[in-house]
Design a protein around this ligand. Structure first.
Ligand code: ADP
Ligand code: MG
Length: 407
């Protein structure tokens, strides 16, 4: 029996019309002779009645951040509703389907509420449905601990559910259906006609995902890479080959031809700068500061460390915490909100001279100031003001001729 794992995102499930497209995809796969295992996200985006953000607002207020365990219980309802609605629709169309919660699908996680990791999957229930030719419709983004606590896998975690199922069911392949026709060189919300990338390596998509491209959950890519699962990202509503993500030789070959594959950005960053009169390293103040931040669960990025200046960025949500945590050090600290980290990504930029010069030149020409930079073998990131994001992305898009990529 061939099995094919298909994951459908929130916007693909938002309306009856969208769900009709989803059913068509599932029925097509079934009619081709493979048994679909379907994974669903909560229906719709913020504002839709059962969307994740809407559910969050039931308890989360400015004063109440919410208890992580309770929030997980609440949020999992979104995917459960989605799974029930879709399997009922499939049943009406004559395809036998059964909705499953994450735990009914056998997904066991660790105890990190809000960002749990899948530890194991017991496939007994899934196989018994498949053997009876009943399509399992699994609620994505959720699992249960060994002690019976309900957990979620982090925003975008349904991708992870789908890839983990593909890994454990040994399908070697997973289809991620969404509202764009594949992974684009740039977030299409910024450049609507950005080309769709036909192939990407795991490394490139991981880099893009970690640097802010929300099209796929980074953990999903990690699991795919470990288990050798090929991911295809494609549109629910339009036909087209989408984007193939794998480590295939052909992909690697093509990737080396490009200097820059794509642009990603991470918004809502606050820039923290700590200026010192004494040597930070000698006084062990740097160590103290980073230890204190870690103790309070503050994750820092774009770190710059020198004897007289420490600078880094944080999620704006953590601004208040950081100010409180650092106050006792009695240093000259500024925490400024309204920044974005914009990054160019490409495995081919390694060792190519002049890439940084092109970044600086094009941003300068577009009137975008750079506040800090960092780079690795496969990316260059610049910290810029949020209101300059569109100009910056357009300038980089043009400079690196991303509109000319093969589609
Ligand atoms: P889903 O609900 O299907 O999981 P997501 O919102 O998680 O959908 O991911 C799809 C969205 O990701 C697109 O609508 C697009 O706005 C955004 N996105 C950001 N960067 C990219 C990119 N490089 N390529 C494609 N989509 C991107
Ligand atoms: Mg998603």
């Amino acid at each position: 029996m061939g099995i094919c794992v298909q994951k459908f995102g929130g916007s693909s499930l938002a309306t009856p019309e969208n769900r009709a497209h989803v059913c068509k995809r599932i029925i097509e796969a079934y009619n081709k002779g493979s048994m679909p295992v379907v994974v669903v996200s909560a229906m719709g985006r913020d504002g839709a009645p059962y969307a994740t953000d809407t559910l969050l607002k039931l308890v989360k207020t400015d004063n109440n951040k919410g208890n992580a365990r309770n929030l997980d219980m609440l949020l999992t309802c979104g995917e459960i509703i989605s799974a029930v609605v879709l399997s009922e629709t499939l049943n009406e169309l004559g395809l036998q389907a059964q909705a499953l919660t994450g735990w009914q699908a056998g997904i066991i996680t660790d105890q990190s509420h809000g960002s749990a990791r899948i530890l194991s999957i017991n496939t007994k229930k899934l196989f018994s449905l498949l053997e009876n030719r009943i399509v399992p419709v699994v609620s994505g983004f959720q699992g249960v601990t060994s002690t019976g606590e309900i957990t979620t896998l982090g925003r975008g975690g349904s991708d992870t559910t789908a890839v983990a199922l593909a890994a454990v069911l040994k399908t070697g392949y997973v289809e991620i259906y969404t509202d764009v026709d594949g992974v684009k060189a740039v977030d299409p919300r910024l450049i609507p006609d950005a080309p769709t990338l036909s192939t990407l390596t795991y490394r490139e998509i991981m880099e893009m995902a970690h640097l802010g491209a929300k099209v796929i959950h980074p953990r999903a890519v990690e699991i795919a890479m470990e288990a050798g699962v090929t991911i295809r990202v494609l549109s629910t509503t339009t036909t087209g080959p989408g984007t193939i993500i794998s480590s295939g030789k052909e992909v690697e070959q093509r990737v080396t031809d490009r200097v820059v594959t794509g642009i990603a950005h991470l918004s809502n960053r606050a820039h923290v700068r700590i200026a010192g009169e004494q040597d930070f390293n000698q006084s062990r103040l740097a160590l103290g500061i980073f230890e204190e931040l870690a103790k309070h669960g503050v994750s820092v990025d774009l770190i710059y460390l020198s004897p007289d200046l420490i600078a880094f960025i944080i999620d704006e949500e953590m601004s208040v915490v950081v100010k409180e945590v650092l106050a006792p050090f009695k240093l000259n600290i500024s925490v400024e909100e309204g920044f974005t980290k914009v990054s160019i990504v490409g495995a081919g930029m390694h060792g190519v001279p002049g890439v940084m010069a092109r970044v600086v030149r094009s941003l300068e020409k577009a009137g975008v100031s750079i506040y800090q930079t960092t780079d690795s073998h496969a990316n260059i990131s610049c910290l810029i003001k949020e209101q300059k994001l569109t100009e910056a992305v357009r300038a980089l898009f043009q400079e690196f001729e991303l509109s000319n990529k093969e589609v």
